[in-house]
Design a protein around this ligand. Structure first.
Ligand code: BTN
Length: 230
């Protein structure tokens, strides 16, 4: 990503929404913001984005990237965040597919928005929100955390952002992803549309499928069809 243009906003609705307006320019781009007024999460949820966090979107264009390898994009984002958090003394784990947790609570969310062209991905937006020193809503107390909460230390958000951008430059592999995957062997609730099912998480395969034991049977699930509730 060296040499990729970076644009920074003090405040913006959503770095992902903005960066998508620049897709047609055909160039890779990074957009960061000090705060977002309408941060977006996965599955149409909102994402709290007060000043003090890292809010970053990365736009990449591809010429020959099979859609069947979409998981590689997730690996790149999730492992880059884990490496960054580790650098600052935290012990992150990935909650499949790409939430990052520390001590059982979410510290980072990733929203990936791909554009498909036939059987290929022509461009992707990887949007990352890391809770650094930002205040979190009280309603998230039980499920969210930040670098400040975990370490008792404040961090320079710009320095964390630059470290994260550098980690994005590395081609991380499924082995790197596996090194950080958490909650395997754990009993969880799987949300499949309107249905909830008790399950035990077993593994994640090379295409990003989750293998879980449901009613004694091992089943493969995709991120599009299921959410994991701890
Ligand atoms: C999730 O946990 O559901 C994903 C959250 C992704 C948040 C980031 S912050 C930067 C980028 N801009 C957005 O509007 N969303 C992503």
């Amino acid at each position: 990503m060296n040499g990729v243009e970076r644009v920074h906003f003090e405040e913006i609705e959503s770095t992902n929404t903005y960066i998508k307006t620049r897709r047609n320019e055909g160039k890779d781009l990074i957009v960061t913001a000090t705060a977002q007024t309408g941060g977006r999460g996965t599955k149409g949820r909102s994402f709290s984005a007060e000043k003090g966090g890292v809010y970053l979107s990365k736009l990449s264009h591809y010429t020959d990237f099979p859609a069947s390898q979409a998981f590689k994009i997730m690996i790149g984002g999730a492992v880059a965040v884990c490496k960054t958090l580790e650098h600052y003394g935290l012990r992150p784990v990935i909650k499949w597919p790409n939430d990052i947790h520390v001590n059982g609570k979410k510290i980072c969310g990733i929203l990936i928005e791909n554009v498909f062209s036939g059987k290929n991905i022509s461009s992707s937006v990887v949007g990352i929100g890391v809770n650094v020193c930002n205040l979190l809503p009280d309603s998230l107390d039980a499920i969210a955390t930040s670098m400040l909460i975990e370490t008792g230390k404040t961090f320079d958000v710009e320095e964390v952002t630059r470290y994260l951008i550098a980690m994005f430059d590395v081609e991380w592999t499924i082995n790197d992803y596996h090194a950080y995957i958490g909650y395997m062997g754990r009993e969880v609730t799987l949300i499949l549309g309107e249905e909830s099912k008790a399950a035990t998480l077993r593994s994640v395969d090379g295409e990003g499928g989750l293998w879980a034991e449901i009613d004694g049977k091992l089943q493969r699930l995709t991120a599009a069809e299921v959410s994991v509730r701890l």
